[in-house]
Ligand binder design. Structure first.
Ligand SMILES: Cc1cc2nc3c(=O)[nH]c(=O)nc-3n(C[C@H](O)[C@H](O)[C@H](O)COP(=O)(O)OP(=O)(O)OC[C@H]3O[C@@H](n4cnc5c(N)ncnc54)[C@H](O)[C@@H]3O)c2cc1C
Length: 377
């Protein structure tokens, strides 16, 4: 799978960080349930947040493959750390980077690259999740800008964020063609966030509602070509799905590693449980899933980097790798026996955190019919 020295270098650097810093603290961070700011700042210091952006504009000059390698390695250590990093690198800053003015670049984008400002992405509403045509947050044109009213929900990192990229409707009659992205700094009058949600998994990545009441922003805070919000979103959809697949690979690797170790150590009926064929079958299944997920995912990242359209390939990778992560969490809690049910061991975290991967970038109930259509049904 190795395509370049850069891929090798990034993987080794991240793996060292994950093995020596993240994994030793992961259980404690997860149980504390607080946003791991220290880890976040370490990511910034390593230049991770700018991995997708060119060096001459404040980025680190990498590409989607390197971005996904980072996501995969971090997810191997702690899904929450990977989730916040993934958001900061892609959805949270992408539209600001491409459509923000020089002043916005200086005031918001560069500080985000340094980890001083946290970025969010707000599509979902209480009545509009997968069905974005139902988005009802309204941005109304005024003489010098827009006034925004509406409620966004499931905002990853919302409670700790400094600014939001918000999908709004400017002309309800136009449905998907009336959708546009807007930049909303947190300190704008009329912006408020709810208390963080009580979550099943990724408990140190806080999520909340974002309420917008008569929020006035200047016209240049529109972060897309007018009427092209849906197209802009489609422009990064393959990357979102591939990144989510990479997160899944990280979780499968972590679970597989811990399962093999446990199966060597745990003795039942006088023998290590790893000597029993049904345990071997579970480990083997995860190993095969892992290899297949890597092939699907890095095929898609290489296509993105080569500027080849690949939404079907990215969707297949997302589906396969995240279902593999769900299976890995399930198998880990079985192989660990009763200790899979204990908060002291890692298996329960893999079992809970894999759910994070199921929703963003399209649920599988929405992806699968598209895949069927792409193959000719
Ligand atoms: C941990 C987490 C983090 C999130 N972070 C963010 C974020 O940062 N920003 C953001 O904007 N959103 C975020 N979301 C929201 C996420 O994007 C939505 O949950 C997702 O789009 C699905 O929307 P929904 O939950 O409203 O489900 P719905 O769209 O209401 O779907 C409910 C069920 O119906 C199924 N369904 C829907 N339509 C169809 C169809 N046409 N055919 C078959 N089945 C269908 C779905 O698959 C699902 O099983 C997050 C969610 C979670 C859980």
């Amino acid at each position: 799978m190795l395509r370049s020295n850069a891929e090798d270098l990034v993987r080794k650097t991240m793996a060292r960080f994950v093995d020596t810093v993240l994994i030793p603290k992961a259980q404690e961070i997860d149980q504390k349930g607080e946003f791991p700011r220290e880890i976040f700042m370490e990511m910034a210091g390593m230049g991770v947040f700018g991995i997708r952006y060119p060096k001459n504009r404040g980025g680190s000059g990498g590409n989607t493959t390197l971005y996904c390698i980072i996501c995969e390695e971090l997810a191997r250590g702690l899904m929450s750390a990977a989730a916040s990093t993934a958001m900061q690198c892609l959805m949270g800053t992408n539209f600001l980077f491409h459509f923000g003015t020089e002043e916005m670049h200086r005031e918001f984008f560069l500080p985000a690259m340094r980890g001083e400002k946290i970025a969010c992405f707000c599509l979902t509403e209480p009545e509009a999740g997968g069905d974005l045509g139902s988005v009802s947050t309204l941005a109304t044109r005024t003489s010098d800008g827009y006034v925004i009213n509406g409620l966004k929900t499931w905002v990853t990192d919302g409670p700790v964020a400094s600014f939001y990229t918000v999908l709004c409707q400017t002309d309800p009659a136009k449905k998907l063609r009336g959708l546009n992205f807007f930049f909303v700094p947190r300190d704008t009058p009329g912006v408020s966030v709810s208390k963080p949600f009580d979550l099943l998994g990724t408990r140190t990545t806080p999520i909340c509602e974002l309420s917008l009441t008569d929020v006035r922003i200047p016209a240049h805070y529109m972060l897309c070509e007018e009427g092209r919000g849906t197209d802009s979103l489609l422009g990064i959809l393959s990357e979102i799905r591939t990144m989510t697949a990479a997160l899944g690979i990280g979780l499968v690797r972590a679970a597989l590693h811990d399962c093999i170790q446990y199966a060597h150590e745990r003795v039942a009926f006088g023998k290590p449980i790893g000597s029993y064929q049904l345990i071997q079958a579970k480990v083997a299944e995860l190993a095969v899933d892992l290899e297949a997920a890597k092939l699907l995912t890095y095929r898609a990242t290489h296509m993105i980097d080569d500027k080849i359209s690949c939404l079907p390939q990215a969707s297949m990778a997302k589906y396969f790798a995240t279902e593999a992560a769900c299976k890995a969490g399930d198998y880990a809690t079985r192989i660990f026996g009763a200790y899979g049910f204990s908060m002291e061991y890692t298996a329960q975290r893999y079992y809970r955190d894999n759910r994070f991967l199921l929703y963003g970038g399209g649920t599988h109930e929405v992806l699968l019919p598209n895949i069927a259509r792409w193959v000719g049904l």
